[in-house]
Design a protein around this ligand. Structure first.
Ligand code: PEP
Ligand code: MG
Length: 888
């Protein structure tokens, strides 16, 4: 919506009103009004009891930054008009001396960022209006308490004063009245405190606390816009990969109070259990408290199930609202509500964050309840969240024997083990050093997000199931135990005392996020079991996806696990992994360190039966599904010892002198081994290695055929950069297949495909020529990324963190495919390959094959399959289905 400005240019509408008078934002874009603003409008429009107010759009935030942190022209007129409507609707006036209009000012971006941005409450109070509020509520104490909270919050959020200066003033008043608790300070004391706060404000800012509510409002709006770019908000968006937003909207809403006495209260709830997905209203409330008290986790609230004992009618109303909301949104909601003197008000609703387990159950249940269809259910579960279902839990035997120290709230399920870290910085430091840590805090604050992200688990001593720690941890699928009140964290933050024992930074504890228990030491973990809902969702996903999902596996056990997870073949069997097991490495080293072909062949002969046995095991486990076996790829130096002791052992095994072994190892040295003698280049130099591997594959397939096990091997030649390489090596593979069949007197049919990896940029550029000699392509996007960027896969961490923190790169290109660069090569390689062979089978087997965003790209390009590690197979199945549905 836009209107003409005085200069004739059209300006966007900046303020949207919601209330009984009108609801302008209904059906607007979330990107414009933010999640909170849009939902306040929606809730108002479906008749829920929402205190009226208005939303300033995210476009205004963008304009604010573009103008050098200034509010745009015309905004104040729109705000004035909205305030007038609000005054009329509430029959209250800003700054009134009898019953003043008071508002809250809150942030609200299009994507939820819990606790990351600023809020100001009780705005509109000044010296006169506070007297008015005292009169209207007949509660002077309440009025001055509200005023002191406003001055404090305004000082803190708008002018950036240190919270401690207010605390010191409060302590002085408490001392004067000889009380310990804030709540015991009498009205007189709070009146005095307001004067003290104003003085403190003046001392720190050089200005009087603003008495004009419109000035308060304008400054607060600017402060909320300002909080969009604080370092913690920026870091949160980085971690959550939230991009492309204009900024935050600002919601100005008439205040309701949950702290007006014992008939008032406030709470937070989910329409279903966000941990388990159970269809049961799940929430907490606090009697006589402000909303922030629940979220901040300062007091431990009661479960909503207890509410009927306190106010049956409100509980009933809430349960009815649960249904109205779910019918309207067809989605689980996370709500905030306040009860002011027995009247219920809805302050917020949004899609509820949930664990992966809950996401799957809720999606399946909602299909059963006919709230959503199967396609929606498939699209509802973030593919990466399935990791949580596939994560380990504690082994029951170890769990039963565990030394339980105490029990907190089961805030986010899972199992976590680690050393203690008492600050977010320490947690980050330890995690970066490769250690698992449990971040222990009294309560977490938004500043802790980075440490929470780095930790294996989070433990807090106060706070409820909806505290910041719990909400954030659940969103991340990170194990969290909150409100473990028996834990005493020492003042210096170096140790905890619990159950009469002390634990410091070098001690390990275990957290059970599903029961809330805290245990001493390391409790052994185990692999998860999957629910019926999980299989149901996977079945639906399989109906919609068009790409096949394979796995990268090189042992029968991994192959079996991947099949159980739904893999439809092996897309990459890295044969080099088979050479490290047991004493095979000795034969391998002997082969590598041989001086001539004869001794190399003698060593390879010893390796052959091992390879054959491995392949047989894998073919058996895959039982008829295709198995892509890649011929030896890494540079040979990776298999030999580089230290004197290791070389001494090898010398003894081979009957050589240590100095000869040293000389041969040194001869393998290359300045750039990843660009050196590896991949197909090894087979060009040492065709006997290729011959042994192909012979093993063919003999294994023949052995399977004899046992009536169908084997479908595909032989893949790595690191091809020219068609000639493939032409040459394909010939050798074909000759070896024929020779082996002949030697084994095998007359049956063996359909063995011969293909290549496309992992060198030149291969992608000349894929039409290469395809002449290939039955299939598989994009090796690890190497393709390495060689396209020119970043060494092994050394990229020396600068990648800087690139990410300085936004040189948005994401690690080794984790998520760089679609605009490397992706072009994938697309080109695919098209050129298909131009030569329209039926060419094409897949991807780099790590990107398990990343949902990369999978979506592969689907768009038209690949036949993606291949990923066994644990990511379900994620890939779901991501492929989502891509197919979204791109249809
Ligand atoms: C690749 O390069 O993408 C690949 C799958 O091979 P590797 O990681 O073994 O080099
Ligand atoms: Mg590779």
């Amino acid at each position: 919506m836009a209107k003409k400005a005085k200069n004739g240019k059209s300006v966007p509408k900046m303020v949207y009103y919601f209330g009984k008078t009108k609801t302008e934002g209904k059906g607007a874009e979330k990107s414009l009004l933010g999640g909170k603003g849009l939902n306040l409008a929606e809730m108002t429009s479906i008749g829920l009891p929402v205190p009226p107010g208005f939303t300033i759009t995210t476009e205004v935030c963008d304009l604010y930054y573009k103008a050098g942190e200034k509010l745009p022209a015309g905004l104040s007129d729109e705000i004035n008009a909205a305030v007038k409507t609000l005054e009329k609707e509430t029959s209250k006036k800003f700054g009134d001396d009898s019953d003043p209009l008071l508002v809250s000012v809150r942030s609200g971006a299009a994507v939820s960022m819990p606790g990351m941005m600023n809020t100001i409450l009780n705005l509109g109070l000044n010296d006169v209006a506070t007297e008015g509020l005292a009169k209207a509520t007949k509660n002077e104490r309440f009025a001055y308490d509200a005023y002191r909270r406003l001055i404090n919050m305004f000082g803190d959020v708008v002018v950036g004063m240190d919270h401690h200066v207010f605390e010191t003033a409060f302590d002085a008043v408490k001392k004067k009245y000889k009380v310990n608790e804030d709540t015991d300070v009498p009205a007189e004391g709070l009146k005095q405190l307001c004067e003290d706060y104003k003085a403190v404000y003046k001392k720190h800012t050089g200005e009087e606390f603003p008495q004009d509510p419109m000035v308060q409002l304008e400054k607060s709006i600017m402060a909320v816009f300002g909080s969009w770019n604080t370092s913690r908000a920026v870091r949160y968006r980085e971690i959550e990969n939230i991009r492309g937003l204009l900024g935050t909207a600002v919601n100005v809403q008439s205040m309701v109070y949950g702290n007006m006495g014992d008939d008032s209260g406030t709470g937070v709830a989910f329409t279903r259990n966000p941990n388990t997905g159970e269809n049961k209203f799940f929430g907490e409330f606090l009697i006589n408290a402000q909303g922030e008290d629940v979220v901040a986790g300062i007091r431990t609230p009661q479960p909503v199930a207890e509410m009927p004992k306190w106010n049956r009618a409100v509980h009933k109303e809430l349960i009815a609202i649960k249904k109205t909301l779910e019918d309207h949104y067809a989605e689980m909601q996370d709500i905030e509500f306040t009860i002011e003197r027995g009247t219920l008000y809805m302050l917020q609703t949004r899609t509820g964050k949930r664990t992966g387990v809950a996401a799957v159950k809720i999606a399946c249940d909602m299909v059963k309840e006919k709230l959503i269809d199967q396609k929606t259910a498939v699209l509802r579960v973030p593919a990466n969240d399935l990791t949580q279902l596939l994560l380990p839990s504690f082994k029951p035997t170890a769990r039963n024997a565990a030394d339980v120290l105490c029990r907190g709230l089961p805030a986010s399920p899972g199992a976590a083990v680690g050393k203690l870290a008492f600050t977010a910085e320490d947690a980050r430091k330890e995690a970066d050093a490769g250690n698992r840590v449990i971040l222990v805090r009294k309560e977490t604050s938004p500043e802790d997000v980075d440490g929470m992200n780095a930790a294996a688990g989070i433990l807090t001593s106060t706070g409820g199931m909806t505290s910041h720690a719990a909400v954030v941890a659940r969103g991340w699928g990170k194990c969290c135990v909150a409100g473990a009140g028996e834990i005493d964290i020492d003042a210096k933050g170096k140790k905890i005392k619990v159950a009469g024992r002390t634990f410091g930074v070098n001690d390990v504890i275990s957290l059970d996020g599903t029961t809330g228990e805290v245990m001493s030491g390391e409790v052994e973990t185990q692999e998860p079991k999957l629910s019926g809902d999980f299989s149901r969702l996977m079945k639906w996903a399989d109906e919609y996806r068009t790409m096949a999902i394979r796995t990268n596996a090189d042992s029968p056990a991994d192959s079996k696990r991947a099949r159980d997870f739904g893999a439809e073949g092996i897309g990459l069997c890295r044969t080099e992994h088979m050479f490290f097991e047991g004493d095979r490495i000795t034969d391998m080293r002997e082969m590598i360190l041989s001086d001539d072909e004869d001794s190399r062949r003698a060593a390879l002969k010893k390796l052959l039966p091992h390879q054959r046995k491995d392949f047989e095991g894998i073919f058996k486990a895959m039982n008829g599904l295709p198995v892509t076996v890649r011929l030896l790829d890494p540079p040979l130096h990776e298999f030999v010892p580089h230290d004197t002791a290791g070389q001494g052992t090898v010398a003894k095994q081979m009957g050589l002198k240590p100095k000869d072994v040293k000389r041969r190892v040194e001869a393998l040295h290359e300045a750039n081994p990843m660009l050196g003698h590896r991949g197909c280049r090894l087979s060009v130099t040492f065709p006997e290695i290729l011959e042994m591997q192909v012979q093993a594959i063919v003999e294994a397939a023949i052995n399977c055929a004899k046992k009536k096990i169908k084997a479908q091997p595909e032989i893949m030649i790595p690191l091809v950069g020219t068609a000639n390489e493939l032409e040459l090596l394909r010939g050798k593979v074909e000759d070896t297949i024929e020779a082996t069949k002949k030697a084994k007197k095998f007359e049956g049919k063996l359909d063995i495909l011969i293909g290549t990896m496309i992992e060198i940029p030149r291969a992608a550029l000349t894929a039409d020529e290469i395809a002449k000699y290939a039955d299939f392509f598989s994009f090796g996007t690890n190497d393709l990324t390495q060689m396209t960027f020119g970043y060494s896969r092994d050394d990229v961490n020396t600068f990648l963190p800087d690139y990410l923190s300085q936004d040189v790169l948005e994401v690690d290109p080794f984790q998520s495919l760089d679609t605009s660069g490397v992706g072009q090569l994938v697309e080109m390689g695919f098209q050129k390959g298909r131009s030569t062979k329209p039926q060419l089978k094409v897949g991807i087997c780099g790590e990107h094959g398990g990343d949902p965003a990369s999978i979506a790209f592969c689907n768009k390009v038209g690949l036949n399959y993606v291949s990923c590690s066994p644990f990511r197979v379900p994620i890939a199945r779901l991501a492929a289905a989502q891509a197919a549905l979204q791109q249809a």
